[in-house]
Design a protein around this ligand. Structure first.
Ligand code: C5P
Length: 218
């Protein structure tokens, strides 16, 4: 039970969060949801009222937020300036703006540094996001890239959020496009990542496969 870093990347709705949390519980590791960090910063930016297209002001707000995130896979919480934002960061306002905030280089620099600190302190951790295997933890012990068909991803997300499938599909497509085409640290598959298509796989099967891979790698 020494150091072990598992990087899980992929688009929205690919099953990253559920799989990562279950894997972390199974191997006795901490868990970090980096999307929640970008979302919490976005929540603070929206609350501050600065114009989202004003990169300088957004960056300033982002730098001043007191962001705290837990790493317990069975009950992590996120606070921004002392306010618990677990629910609000999943709402449509934050979801609609997060990709724009996450595209700002200074915001990424700030959060990548925080994420590396958390990894160093945790020792054993499953960390999920868009740029984990490629940028945040290029020396991870296992890198996984989860995918699923657009239809499957929209179906899962709309079920989770009790939202309309067509609207969810449109939102996922929009965020994937923004996240994959931004200049700094776009969503990308690390060359040494194991790619798993979860369209036809159950969560338990994916988690079992990842545990197998970890065992194989010692
Ligand atoms: O994973 P989740 O859907 O919560 O992520 C929300 C948004 O945060 C993504 O659409 C993306 O814009 C941003 N993000 C990112 N890099 C990460 C994690 C999330 O840019 N490592």
């Amino acid at each position: 039970t020494g150091r072990c870093v598992v990087a899980v990347d992929g688009p929205s709705g690919s099953g990253k969060s559920t799989v990562s949390r279950r894997l972390a519980v199974g191997i006795g590791a901490r868990y970090l949801d980096t999307g929640a960090m970008y979302r919490a910063i976005t929540w603070a930016v929206l609350r501050s009222g600065v114009d989202l297209t004003d990169a300088e002001s957004v960056t300033k707000v982002a730098g001043e937020v007191d962001l705290r995130i837990g790493t317990d896979p069975q009950g992590y919480g996120v606070t921004a300036d002392g306010v618990n934002v677990d629910r609000e960061i999943r709402g449509p306002e934050v979801t609609g703006s997060v990709s724009a905030v996450a595209a700002l280089p200074a915001v990424r620099e700030l959060l990548v540094a925080r994420q590396r600190e958390i990894i160093a302190n945790a020792g054993r951790i499953v960390i999920e996001g868009r740029d984990i295997g490629s940028v945040v933890a290029p020396d991870a012990d296992l890198k996984v890239y989860l995918t699923a068909s657009e239809a499957a991803r929209a179906q899962r997300r709309s079920a989770e959020d009790a939202a309309d499938v067509a609207a969810t599909a449109a939102d996922l497509a929009r965020r994937d496009r923004l996240d994959s085409t931004r200049k700094v640290n776009p969503l990308q598959q690390a060359p040494d990542a194991v790619v798993l298509d979860t369209t036809e796989l159950g969560i338990d099967e994916v988690v079992a496969r990842l545990r197998e891979l970890l065992t194989e790698r010692g």
